[in-house]
Design a protein around this ligand. Structure first.
Ligand code: AMP
Length: 287
């Protein structure tokens, strides 16, 4: 695996590869890698000549500075895992490489409704930060294919919109959420949970399964009330949201009809660690 720290070096290398007709697949990360991240790279490897990843903990997407300060960093292990997976290239930039001090930053994107709901509502500025870094990464790499996880459902929608707004030519592929054996969605933040908390947070997955089983049988208000109570009893200290939404545009729903595709989404705090997860309840992702 080749590691690039400077975007200019990487751009030169990529231009050479593209001139030989090679296709480029890209899966960006913030490191502390797990099997979920690697599954994106494995999919990219099957579909592209060159698979590229980045590790960059993007300061502009953390609305909570404590969360940024405590974000897990496991670089040596990450590089080992990437080598084992057969990743071709790792981009490992410093903050100044992405946000040069002499260049304008803080640009805003018109994300419309997406920024007012769910993650957009509870993490003000988060998606602007995601777009700021992704705009830069996609501009540098100009990949043919981009791989992102369903785990961050709303983020996938935001990036789809960014691709349209910026007229990038890459195709977004949304890959399934990888889970631990018992069902906990893999996440870098799980590293910060104690053994005891790791058992308790399984309640999120159990809640999603409950919603999947019951959504067509009961009023959504009752389902959500039961779900909130269950998570609180399980030891979650704060629940940002438990929602059932239109899977195509995230409009919040209060009842089921047999036409609208439904996704259930949860964000809740175990201690100070905020976890998110989701499950598509009807059909498959089609946005
Ligand atoms: P992150 O490092 O958290 O920014 O995640 C980098 C990419 O990995 C994003 O596209 C995530 O949606 C994806 N990802 C994170 N967790 C999982 C998971 N459990 N399964 C599949 N993809 C994931």
């Amino acid at each position: 695996m080749i590691i690039f720290k400077k975007k200019r070096d990487l751009q030169t290398w990529l231009t050479q590869q593209k001139s030989q007709g090679k296709s480029i697949g890209f899966a960006p990360t913030m490191g502390a890698l797990h099997e979920g991240h690697l599954s994106l790279l494995q999919t990219s490897k099957k579909e592209n000549d060159i698979t590229l990843t980045s590790i960059f903990v993007n300061p502009t997407q953390f609305n909570d500075p404590k969360d940024f300060a405590k974000y897990p960093i496991t670089l040596e292990n990450d590089i080992y895992m990437l080598e084992q997976t057969g990743c071709d290239v790792l981009f490992l930039p410093a903050v100044d490489e992405i946000y040069p001090p002499n260049e304008p930053k803080g640009e805003q994107y018109n994300l419309g409704y997406l920024e007012t709901v769910l993650e957009g509502k509870f993490r003000p500025g988060h998606f602007q930060g995601v777009c700021q870094v992704m705009y830069r990464l996609l501009s540098i790499f100009q990949p043919h294919n981009l791989y992102m996880g369903q785990k961050d459902y709303q983020q996938c929608m935001v990036i789809k919109r960014l691709i349209q707004l910026a007229d990038f030519s890459c195709k977004l592929h949304i890959c399934p959420t990888l889970r631990e054996k018992e069902g906990l969605a893999m996440s870098s933040r799980n590293l910060r949970l104690t053994a005891e908390e790791r058992k308790k947070v399984l309640a999120i997955y159990i809640t999603l399964l409950y919603l999947k089983k019951e959504y067509s049988q009961q009023a959504f208000s009752l389902l959500k009330e039961n779900a909130v109570n269950y998570l609180l009893e399980a030891g979650f200290v704060k629940i940002d949201y438990i929602e059932l939404a239109n899977a195509d545009d995230l409009t919040l729903l209060d009842k089921w009809d047999d036409k609208t595709p439904v996704v259930a989404l949860i964000a809740a705090f175990m201690g100070e660690i905020r976890l998110i997860d989701n499950m598509v309840l009807t059909g498959s992702i089609s946005f």
